[in-house]
Design a protein around this ligand. Structure first.
Ligand code: SF4
Ligand code: SF4
Length: 288
């Protein structure tokens, strides 16, 4: 497999894509803790070594997940998950970078021009890269049916603020009848979007950047929960993911983006899930 992957890189368009001293973002999924069916570190290392041989300067990167309290919600937790899953500079041969900053709020708003999304906040380190190499784990997804390159770029290269509207239709609200005014959400919100206006805290939708998931920390379940605010149809997520991917690819230029899809360990759920199921089909191989 390793030898074939090296050959695949050699026969791909890499030599035209990577120029001397290009900063190359090798985008992987760091993997949710508890999920062991991920891209093998030794396969990432082969790509990294090939990028170096082509004159590029690679870094291996991912973004934080939705929700500051989630297992990959901050850069610190992302890096911890990566190392637990075997992704470290010593194993993959390049530095690990969390592309959207310490809390997943660091990015640049770029024009999308898609069917739904006209603007997407793309993670800072992706915006600053000269080349993007997407290493996607091709597998199932509970809402889009399948997850591969589009998800790795459209969902995986954007900030929390960029990701929330892919999944969600509405900003959260606080139900004053359930809220007991404990103040936890006010302290939790990283952008000061929750404050006491009348007798109970309220969310300012203009200031809310959406993806930090204060609803997860409210002890009274007074903040709109995920199922009550996400898009009604699964198709909406697929359409918006493609829109967001187009913003990333248009920014870098389609001649500076490469895609590898690792079609092995093809389980029903994506790498965001904290478990790995039995693969649905035998391994297929690696496509570029
Ligand atoms: S955390 Fe929940 S209960 Fe506490 S103030 Fe916020 S909305 Fe109200
Ligand atoms: S109010 Fe908005 S920005 Fe603040 S924690 Fe909740 S979702 Fe995040």
């Amino acid at each position: 497999m390793e030898r074939k992957l090296a050959t695949l890189f050699d026969v791909s368009a890499a030599k035209e894509v990577i120029s001397e001293d290009d900063l190359v973002a090798v985008k992987i999924h760091f993997g949710q803790p508890g999920n062991h069916r991920l891209i093998r570190p030794q396969h990432i290392r082969i790509i990294v070594e090939k990028v170096k041989a082509a004159g590029g300067k690679p870094f291996v990167t991912d973004t934080t997940g939705i929700g500051l309290n989630s297992a990959r919600g901050t850069a610190e937790k992302c890096l911890k998950a990566a190392v637990e899953n075997g992704y470290a500079p010593e194993t993959i041969g390049a530095p690990l970078v969390v592309a959207d900053g310490s809390k997943g709020l660091l990015g640049v708003k770029l024009k999308a021009g898609g069917l739904r999304m006209k603007e997407v906040e793309v993670a800072q380190a992706i915006v600053e890269a000269d080349v993007l190499i997407s290493l996607a784990h091709a597998k199932g997804h509970p809402r889009t049916g399948f997850a591969g390159a589009l998800k790795n770029v459209g969902v995986g290269c954007v900030t929390k603020c960029g990701r929330a509207p892919l999944h969600l239709a509405k900003k959260p609200q606080i139900d004053p009848n359930k809220c007991d005014d404990c103040g936890k959400c006010i302290a939790f919100c990283p952008v000061g979007a929750i404050s006491k206006l009348d007798s109970k805290p309220q969310i300012n939708p203009e200031r809310c950047v959406w993806g930090c998931a204060c609803w997860e920390i409210c002890p009274k379940k007074a903040i709109s929960s995920w199922p009550t605010i996400h898009h009604e149809t699964n198709a909406e997520l697929s359409i918006r993911t493609a829109d967001a991917a187009s913003a990333v690819i248009n920014h870098l230029g389609k001649d500076k983006v490469m895609f590898f899809n690792f079609a092995y360990d093809i389980t029903p759920h994506c790498d965001c899930f904290p478990f790995a199921d039995t693969p649905m089909v035998p391994d297929i191989g690696i496509l570029a």
